[in-house]
Design a protein around this ligand. Sequence first.
Ligand code: 5AD
Ligand code: SF4
Length: 471
Amino acid sequence: MSPKTTPSPMPAHELAPQSDAVASEAPATVPAKKLHIKTFGCQMNVYDSERMAEAMGTEGYVLTDDAADADMVLLNTCHIREKAAEKVYSDLGRLRVLKEAKPSLTIGVAGCVAQAEGAEIRRRMPSVDLVVGSQNYHRLPAMVRAVARGERPVDTEFPVEDKFEHLPERPMAARPAAFLTVQEGCDKFCAFCVVPYTRGAEVSRPAGRILSEARKLVERGVREVTLLGQNVNGYHGADPSGTAHWSLAQLVRALAEIDGLARIRYTTSHPNDMTEDLIAAHGEEPKLMPYLHLPVQSGSDRILKLMNRKHTAESYLHLIERIRAARPDIMLSGDFIVGFPGETDEDFEATLNLVRQVNYGSAYTFKYSARPGTPAADRPLIADHIVEARLQALKDLTNAQQDAGLASMVGRELSVLIEKRGRNEGQWVGKSDYLHAVHVRETDDRPLGAGVLARVRVTQAQANSLTAELV
Ligand code: 5AD
Ligand code: SF4
C-alpha cells in the first residue's frame, strides 16, 4: 500500500495467468477455453478474481492475460467512486468491438458495479452476457452454461447460502503472499460510502474455515497472509467449536500457530473497532506485521460528524498513541477524503493538522465523489478548483511524510519476503515488514527465490521503494 499517488483500493489490476493447476482441471482431450479477468478496485476484488478463476477452472477455463485471445472476458468491478464505475463502461465499449469480430466471446460483469446496477448494465451495454454480484460468483459456472444455452443471466440477489461453501478449494499455485477474505460487508454507513449497499451487511466467516484455507495456502508455499474485510477488525466469526465467537485478535493468534506461516496482516480497519486485545496483539505477536491501515477520512470533528464516522480527531489520535505504545515502530497508513460537502478551509486545515500529528508512512487521498443512494449524495458539492487545491496540499504533505519514512529505513536491518524477480539480472523484489517494496541482489553463495524470507540492510531509498543488500 505504498505508492504515493495510487489510490486505495488499488488501481485497475490485471489478474495475470499464474497457474497450470487451473489448466489441469480441464479434460486432456478438450482444448481449454480461455478466460481473461480484469480486476478493478480493492484487494478483496483481487481475492474474488482468483476464486472466480478457480471456479471457472472446474469448467475447463484457463487464464489468459490477453483479452483479444479470450473466449470469455470478466470485468470484476469497483463502485467506490464515480471514476472507477465509469471505467467499466469504457472497457465494455472496447469489448463490444472485440465481440463484433468474435461473436462467440462471452462478456461478464462481476463485482460491485454489477451488484449496484444489475440488469441496468445490460440495458446500457446489450453485448454483456452475464451480470453477477459480489455474493453470487460461486454460481458463475452455471451462469456460463446458461449463456451457452442462449440465456442472459443476471444474479445480484444476496443469497442465503455462503458462496465460500460452494467454491472449489484453493487450487491456484500460490505466490508467497496471499489474500484471505475473513469478513465481508459493513454496518457503519459512512455518509459517502457505497460499501454497505454493494457488499451488504457485515458477515464474518467461521474461524475453522479460515484456518483450513490458511493451512492450504501454506501447503502451497504461502508465507504471508493478508486478512481481508471491509471492516476487518469488526471480525466476529464462529470459533472452531462453533460455541462462541472469536475476535480478530483471537483469529490472528490462532493463525500465528500455523507452522510455515511467517507473516500476518489485515486490512481495512475502522478506528472504533480497534479493540484492546487487537492492540495488545500488535505488541505480543511477532508474526503480526508492524503496519496498520487505519483510515480517518478527515481531521475535522464537524466533517467527521457529517460523515457519520462516529469518532473524533482526538479519539483517533489517542488510539494511535495506544497502538504506538504497544508497537512503537508500527507504520501507519490512512485514507482521506477531501471536498466532502460542507468542508471549509478551516475543516481542511484540521485534516492537515491531524496528518502532521500522526506522521503516516503512506496515505491515500481521494476527492469526494457523490455516490447515488448514499446519504451525502444530494448535498451541494464544493467547487472543483478548491477541492483540487486541497487535494494537492494534502498530497504534498503525505508524500513528504512517506519520503521521510522511506529515508528513515536506510541503514536499518529488515526482513524481506521475496516475491518475484526484479528487472535486472540477479535482482529480486519483496516486501519489508513495513510493506515497503525492497529490491535485493542475490549473491553466488546466497541465491534468492520467491518465498525466501531474507535479512537485509537497506542501502538506499527511492520514491516508492528501497534497495537493500543481504546481511
Ligand atoms: N468519494 C471519495 N472517496 C471515497 N471513499 C469511499 N467512498 C468514497 C467516495 N464517495 C474512500 C474512503 C475509503 C476508501 C476505500 O475510499 O477514503 O476509506
Ligand atoms: Fe465504507 Fe465507512 Fe464501512 Fe469503510 S467503515 S466500508 S468507509 S461505510
